[in-house]
Write a protein that binds this ligand. Structure first.
Ligand code: PGA
Length: 255
């Protein structure tokens, strides 16, 4: 049975004290989750060792990073490799976020290399895809997202695909307060699952978790998570406040 996941992407927010306090607040309100449900927290790199220490012994909450470099090591001033993340007890790496694609010019080929780095260091990947508004307005979003998935993931074997979680994040919904409707999310998630099924077969497609991201909040999470192909969420803004993030975790716990 595939997992339901709620993942926090703090982006470039919170100093070390604020991060520690937020994790403590989340712990205080965390519901009991059954074994097919989990929470991921992806703070900035600087927080990772501190957050790892806080998460030690928590079975339901896993540590994530927001990015990794596409090469294993070398002269890349200011960068962080996948093996460094692994040594900091990171379990998940978010790769291909639209902000990385847009502001840091990461193309599909670079995203694919980053996926390889994370997998070869025995971490799981939260692979992000999603279309800009112009593509949605032209109603060509299915082909756009399909290309991202093919170029970013289809070089993987079926067993490697078992370490991938997909996050569909329509760019027009990220940080804008404009959420995709549950029907729009469900349509795209079903399309993504179908794309996976055609290439990898129905078992792999049934097993892969597909998260929704983009202005997900406590007031819309339950409706989104009730969609048959929506297996949780990747949460930006609402993950920075314990009560809002807990509201979304509770929506998953009850889904
Ligand atoms: P948002 O961000 O929840 O603030 O829209 C989601 C994301 O970018 O992962």
């Amino acid at each position: 049975m595939r997992k339901k996941i709620v993942a926090a992407n703090w982006k470039m927010n919170l100093d070390l004290n604020e991060g520690a306090e937020l994790v403590n607040e989340i712990f205080k309100g965390l519901p009991i989750l059954n074994e097919n449900k989990e929470v991921v927290i992806a703070p900035p790199y600087l927080h990772l060792t501190q957050t790892a220490a806080q998460l030690a012994g928590m079975i339901d909450v896993h540590l994530g990073a927001q990015n990794c470099h596409s090469e294993a090591s070398g002269a890349y001033t200011g960068e962080i490799s996948a093996s460094m993340l692994k040594s900091a007890e990171v379990e998940y790496v978010i790769i291909g976020h639209s902000e990385r694609r847009e502001y840091f010019k990461e193309d599909d080929a670079m995203v694919a290399k980053k996926v390889n780095q994370a997998l070869s260091n025995n971490m799981k990947v939260i692979f992000c895809c999603g279309e800009p508004l112009s593509i949605r307005d032209a109603n060509t979003q299915n082909a756009y997202v399909e290309k991202q998935i093919k170029e970013g993931l289809f070089h993987l074997s079926e067993s490697q695909l078992g370490h991938i979680v997909i996050a569909y994040e329509p760019i027009w919904a990220i940080g804008t307060g404009r959420t995709a409707s549950s029907a729009q999310a469900q349509d795209m998630h079903a399309h993504i699952r179908n794309v996976i099924s055609i290439h990898y077969g129905t078992d792999a497609a049934d097993e892969i978790s597909i998260l929704y991201g983009g202005s997900c909040k406590p007031s819309n999470a339950a409706e989104l998570f009730a969609c048959p192909d929506v297996d949780g969420g990747l949460i930006g803004g609402a993950s920075l406040k314990a009560n809002e993030f807990l509201g979304i975790i509770n929506a998953m716990a009850e889904a």
